[in-house]
Write a new protein. Structure first.
Lengths: 315, 286
């Protein structure tokens, strides 16, 4: 008689889903326990809301009656752009203008200032880094409030300076032609703390041999800076560009503090639109749609960074 | 770091201390610009102003606590706001210190099914602007009847993966022999974490604590949405509100803003090194 060989399971292994779960729990139970609290809050307050927000962006949602699907589905996305004479497009444009200026200024100033403090003693380095970082620990709201008063048309410091040189006072925050510019100016004049600290750290880790070799080859200070320092901190530069770009797309506190009720459409930004639509008009559908478009913009920037980092210079 | 030595000066020694005069001028001018707004705020706060400030800006404080007295004695819930911010920031910070290090330890040192997937999933959400979540969060908070409570501000604050990333990066650098030795000595899994790993994480925990605390003390958008009655505001929301009500008494507004900025400034001076270390730590990619 032929014997059919039974396929032997390894000793002690049961089969079936319950058994698998039990095995998982015994072997990895602690690991899962360790991540459980974070996993819970992450799911409840990040994952689920993000998914739900996506759904709401295709719905007409009211607190009382819940959500009903829009028809056509993309109605909210359409309305976001067409309502109030295209105010959302203006908001996006304003945000991009603000972003262009503030990111450029942040990288520019960060690079220059970090380079300037590089040759100084450690104590002086720390002093300046602290001076630039101090404003960064206060809420953007308070900084915005202070700038609002600096730009006050009657008694603000800015117009005082103008009066000193016999110039006409400027209606910094009430003239729709320049309100956005004033807000941007205040951001440009806020020294980029993180940029200075990170550039400074990156520069500090460049081996001195490079500079010594270059000096022996006859390279002057500017050449050494341009040819050695700048290329070697490229990844820091990229990281900071992305960081500041994303932050500038999300600008809100500064604008809310400086022009709480806005100056017509000229000070609308993406997030002020989301805030107004979501929590003043209680139009959750449109607010969610706009939030997702913000997400798209941010994701694009992040993806571009990833691509650029891939093709980074090896040294 | 390839070399422990600091980079040599990259400009020739001219002027004082290794920088051309123009360099020093730029450093001083930018420092003044950086510090002036805060300075002016405090100067105004310390000078009695009952309605609008004078046309000639005050540039030196009168060292008077008049505005502060009016701020704290009027029917403004300023102290409530401070306490609320304190509670919120402390609760969230403690949560993150404990549970982010637990999760960071698990991701760094333990192998389990789904580990990588989970970690990258959590990390990828760091990129998602919070504005995407505020609408559903508001709806849920409303339905749970938590609007206008501190819990509404605390709970979402616990869901941030940055701390997990930070702790994981740090714990990865700890040698595995420590755990093995502890286990051989008979320590249970949690003991290994609590008694061996955690005490070694002090620098990372310090950076995490500072970052989290400051971030949530200064938080504005979500508390603005979640808190509706002035009595329950956090500090930043309350101070923003001062602009509306007391539009005619600027002294109170200046004092309110200055007093709100003070804790973080003091915090910064006390923990300056950890602050700047934390910035670097958060930025170093693994």
């Amino acid at each position: 008689m032929t014997t059919i060989e039974k396929i032997e399971q390894p000793a002690g292994q049961e089969r079936g889903t319950m058994a698998t779960l039990r095995r998982l729990a015994r072997k990895h139970g602690w690991s899962y326990l360790f991540v459980l609290p974070s996993l819970l809050t992450f799911s409840l307050f990040t994952l689920v809301p993000v998914l739900w927000s996506f759904i709401i962006s295709f719905q007409r949602f009211s607190l009382a009656r819940g959500g009903t699907w829009q028809s056509p589905l993309w109605e909210n996305y359409q309305d976001a752009f067409t309502q109030q004479g295209g105010i959302f497009l203006i908001a996006i444009r304003n945000t991009l203008i603000y972003s262009a200026f503030t990111v450029t200024a942040a990288i520019f100033f960060g690079l220059i200032l970090a380079s300037l403090i590089q040759p100084l003693s450690n104590r002086l380095k720390t002093f300046f880094r602290a001076a630039y970082y101090l404003p960064a620990v206060t809420s953007a709201l308070i900084i915005g409030m202070t700038w609002r008063y600096i730009f006050n048309a009657q008694w603000g410091f800015a117009n005082y300076l103008l009066r000193l040189i016999d110039q006409e006072p400027i209606r910094w925050l009430s003239d729709p032609r320049i309100a956005l510019g004033s807000i941007t100016l205040s951001a440009v004049l806020t020294m980029p703390a993180t940029a200075v600290v990170l550039f400074s750290a990156a520069m500090g880790s460049i081996p001195t041999e490079y500079y010594e070799a270059a000096e022996l080859d006859g390279a002057g200070p500017i050449t050494r800076w341009w040819r050695i320092t700048v290329p070697l901190i490229k990844s820091t530069t990229l990281y900071l560009v992305v960081l500041y770009t994303i932050a500038s797309f999300e600008v809100f506190e500064r604008v809310y503090a400086m022009v709480p009720s806005g100056v017509g459409n000229s000070t609308q930004t993406i997030v002020t639109q989301i805030y107004t639509n979501g929590f003043k008009e209680l139009d959750f559908g449109i607010a969610s749609a706009q939030a997702f478009m913000l997400f798209l913009m941010v994701a694009t920037v992040a993806v571009v960074q990833f691509r650029l980092l891939r093709s980074d210079v090896e040294y | 770091m390839a070399a422990a030595r600091m980079a040599r000066p990259i400009v020739r020694r001219r002027g004082r201390g290794g920088l051309p005069l123009a360099g020093w001028a730029l450093l001083i001018v930018t420092s003044v610009i950086a510090l002036f707004p805060m300075y002016w705020l405090f100067v105004n706060a310390l000078t009695p102003i009952t309605s609008t400030p004078p046309l000639t800006p005050i540039l030196w404080p009168a060292w008077s606590l008049d505005n502060f007295r009016r701020l704290l004695s009027g029917n403004i819930y300023y102290l409530n706001w401070m306490i609320n911010s304190m509670i919120v920031a402390t609760a969230i910070t403690i949560w993150h210190m404990i549970f982010d290090s637990m999760a960071g330890y698990a991701f760094a040192k333990r192998r389990f099914p789904g580990r990588n997937l989970l970690f990258w999933l959590m990390l990828s959400t760091l990129m998602i602007p919070i504005h995407v979540t505020i609408v559903p969060l508001f709806i849920v908070t409303n339905r749970l009847g938590l609007i206008d409570t501190l819990l509404a501000v605390i709970l979402p604050g616990t869901a941030n993966a940055f701390g997990i990333f930070l702790m994981r990066q740090f714990i990865q650098t700890l040698p595995t022999e420590l755990e093995e030795a502890a286990r051989m000595d008979g320590a249970g899994e949690f003991q290994v974490f609590w008694n061996v790993i955690l005490p070694l994480c002090r620098p990372a925990l310090a950076a995490l604590a500072i970052f989290t605390f400051v971030r949530h003390w200064n938080d504005f958008l979500w508390p603005l949405i979640a808190l509706t009655r002035p009595r329950n505001y956090t500090l930043t929301v309350g101070v923003a509100n001062l602009q509306g009500e007391f539009a005619t008494d600027y002294g109170v507004i200046f004092a309110g803003a200055a007093l709100a900025a003070l804790p973080m400034i003091a915090f910064f001076f006390a923990f300056q090194r950890q602050f700047l270390e934390g910035v670097r730590m958060g930025a170093v990619k693994g």
